[in-house]
Design a protein around this ligand. Sequence first.
Ligand code: 13P
Ligand code: SF4
Length: 331
Amino acid sequence: MTDLAYTDAVAKETAPIFNLLKDQYDEEYWATIAPYIFEINTLKKEKNAVILAHNYMTPDIFHGVADIVGDSLALAREAAKTDADIIVQCGVHFMAETSKILCMDKKVLIPDLKAGCSLAESITAADVRLLREKYPGVPIVTYVNTSAEVKAESDICCTSGNAIKIVNGLDSDEVLMIPDKYLAQYTQGHTSKKILTWEGSCEVHERFTADDIHQFRARYEGVVVIAHPECPPEVLAEADFTGSTQQMIEYVEGKKPDRVVLITECSMSDNIAAVHPEMELVRPCQMCPHMKRITLPKILEALKTEQPEVVIDPELAKRALIPVNKMLEMS
Ligand code: 13P
Ligand code: SF4
């Protein structure tokens, strides 16, 4: 995997990280990735770069090189206040765009421009304009998992962590929540407002079924089931707790269940297991192929070349910033 050397200095510097991750990576494999971790951490300091990593990043990234980890909301908040010159977004494209919208004066890099999202792909700006024509006066709440063009046509953004709060805070009895039909259905269960939605879904979370949960409960006695709101309603109906990726982590760290299953992307459990060896994490693996495009070699290359850079037309960014800022103010 690497042409970088696993020197004594690299081994010494990365030993605390290996110690955390030794249940996940054997020594032979570690020797191939530790030089990347070392190089990335050296280079990011030299360049005054910050690495913002989503909770779905693999443990080598999450625990090895990230400066800030979190859900979409936390990463947006951090992007808004960073004083770094360069942001390296380890996540998918819409997350890097959100950072760029919030920091047009900074260089925002994404290690792989092809890291997309099925939700962001499901709707265009033209679709939103048509919805506005069809439902005049109805506020449009747009999930951050969308392009800058779609955000620019929206009234306010939301994430899975603040969707209920945002919808309930709007001065309207009817709300259009786009593009995730499942997040909209979940929110409908927590508001008296009428929610209209769009036919979008997450290709990862929609694969979970209520039967999966029944089987986990049958096989793992006492298991606590926590799920992401992008899951279908029949899955959420079976869960003990529903929340954003960050809220899931906070729930687990607060309640400290002996046995838990996270109904979400695979790396979440790996990242929690590294710091909570006392907890039994049942690991159903549904992988997000887009998140998994982000790797250590690509992060190093991005830092070295300062490419690929996320570029947004300044006029578009100005329009997209309005709903993003409204969300940050309300949450
Ligand atoms: P969170 O904001 O909960 O981290 O969700 C982002 C995402 O893409 C989940 O699939
Ligand atoms: Fe998009 Fe789903 Fe992947 Fe999240 S897990 S980035 S919603 S495809």
